[in-house]
Write a protein that binds this ligand. Structure first.
Ligand code: SAM
Length: 296
């Protein structure tokens, strides 16, 4: 997947319109961090955030997990790393490096890392290869967290779900422009991929369906990874334009009317009371897998 490495990809828009992750998820990571802390003299040296993109999660990690001496964001795309460095590089504990996930064991010693995270990137990786290289670098009992979000809905308007689906997956629309199998793997919440119980302990794996959040019976208080953002409908349109599929579609249809705008017009036609400036609640389906390195 090369769209995020293309110099024409707008990484600033990515940083502005993509969601961040809820504080409650960092609380969950802290629970894992605490066991590492007690094992490693109360001080943690290094956290690696792999596939860090523009540093959205790396920055949040630095704000929420304060026991690390350094947090290093790693990404294969120089465009992403440049944007991350401009946005967050002045924060003392944070730094960013260009590297593929499969090369990180050339850069760091075995059993030298206190936590590895991977937000919204693992579906592009060879899962087993990524988990194995992470396992090698982690100290015993240090956590690996793999996290992501997938299709979004406008919480207040279930009647718009089918239009959004048509835009993102219709064969005439963005459907053919997703890199596969990454997108299909992501949409499943990486359901067929698991942390190996012989190598990890305290494993938790959770998948959240965005549409379930509309149910008044859904226990969202007990779910640490509800990814949601209130934004103007026009900003949601800009979010949709940050997808790799939209980027590829646009490159191939430079003279066509903007697909996202066409669908925004359909949305406005369908719901009279909505305007592009109206604030709506966007929620994403999401998943996480966390485990701690087990001594073999
Ligand atoms: C959707 S972005 C996620 C960025 C960020 N973690 C976030 O939560 O917003 C996926 C990132 O994975 C990176 N990526 C893709 N293949 C990679 C690889 N082989 N090694 C490292 N990073 C890679 C891309 O460059 C991109 O920045």
């Amino acid at each position: 997947m090369s769209q995020f490495s293309d110099s024409r990809y707008n990484a600033n828009n990515y940083n502005t319109y993509r969601p961040s992750y809820p504080e409650s998820f960092y609380e969950k990571l802290k629970e894992y961090e605490q066991t590492s802390l007690s094992l490693h003299d109360g001080r943690l040296k290094t956290l690696l955030d792999i596939g860090c993109g523009t540093g959205i999660a790396t920055y949040q990690l630095s704000k929420n997990l304060k026991d690390f001496d350094q947090l290093i964001g790693i990404d294969a795309s120089d465009t992403m790393i440049k944007t991350a460095t401009e946005a967050y590089g002045s924060i003392k504990s944070l730094s960013f490096e260009i590297s593929g996930y499969d090369k990180i064991d050339d850069k760091f010693a075995s059993e030298s890392i206190d936590m590895i995270t991977c937000f919204q990137a693992c579906h592009w990786f060879d899962f087993d290869k990524f988990v194995n290289v992470s396992w090698k670098l982690l100290k015993v009992d240090a956590p690996l967290a793999i996290v992501g979000y997938m299709d979004s809905v406008i919480l207040e308007y279930p009647e718009l779900d089918s239009l959004l689906h048509e835009l993102e997956y219709g064969q005439e629309n963005l459907g053919p422009y997703w890199d596969q199998p990454g997108r299909t793997i992501l949409r499943s919440g990486l359901a067929d991929f698991h942390l190996d119980e012989t190598k990890f302990t305290d494993i938790q794996e959770v998948i959240i369906d965005a549409k379930m959040l509309r149910s008044k019976y859904y226990d969202s208080d007990n779910n640490p990874l509800i990814v949601s953002k209130k934004m103007a409908l026009s900003d949601f349109a800009n979010y949709l334009r940050t997808s790799s599929s939209y980027f590829t579609w646009r490159q191939k249809h430079q003279d066509s009317e903007d697909l996202v705008q066409i669908y925004m017009n359909k949305i406005l036609e369908k719901i009279d009371s909505l305007k592009l400036s109206s604030e709506v609640t966007i929620v994403w389906g999401s998943y996480y897998k966390i485990g701690k390195k087990k001594q073999l």
